[in-house]
Design a protein around this ligand. Sequence first.
Ligand code: URA
Length: 219
Amino acid sequence: MKKVHIIDHPLAQAILTSLRDKNTHQIEFRKGLVELGRIIGYEIVRSMDIQETYVETPLGVKAKGVKIPDLEHVVIIQILRAAMPMAEGLVKIFERARMGVISARRVEESHTKGSLSFEIESTYVRVPKIFPEDILIIADPMLATGSTIATILRNVSTKGTPKRKIIASVIATNYGIERVHKEDNSAEIYTVAVDPEINEDGYIVPGLGDAGDRAFGEP
Ligand code: URA
């Protein structure tokens, strides 16, 4: 399985462009994240196992088709709060997914300017039991330093080991991707872009700013 999957579909890229635009209003921003969640969901489905099946059409003949058993075994974890609109889009594709919610906050007070490592405070963790046949999708729009995802991967490993672990993000960085793979080499990353830089405050550059603030207004 490919470890990093960049979604270069023109529609995904056009939505990302609008999210990057500082003039994009909160409502449009949220709608864009929902839509990207849905597009990423379609891309993930491409990599699922499919089985051949036959149905009988109203004309009384058999038609060959497919079914996707993996759709019954999806767990989506959303990281509060920026991932909420993305998870809404993912659930449109994975309607039968079991859902988990985890809060994660960078502890800004403990951060030294320029450091690429953040202490992560995670006070709310509600994750269903994870089974070996599950496909776990962790939604987090911004994979910057990878500190949050590394913490979440550690957290959810106590709930069971899934068949696949997928990180669904909108913008990632090479640093964040490496950090995630250091934590868990099997994790697959689906993202719409990989940006070149992280600034001294831990923001992705050019990025799109603070995804939570942009989606829900200033804290
Ligand atoms: N989280 C955000 O919301 N934006 C970034 O650029 C990095 C982390």
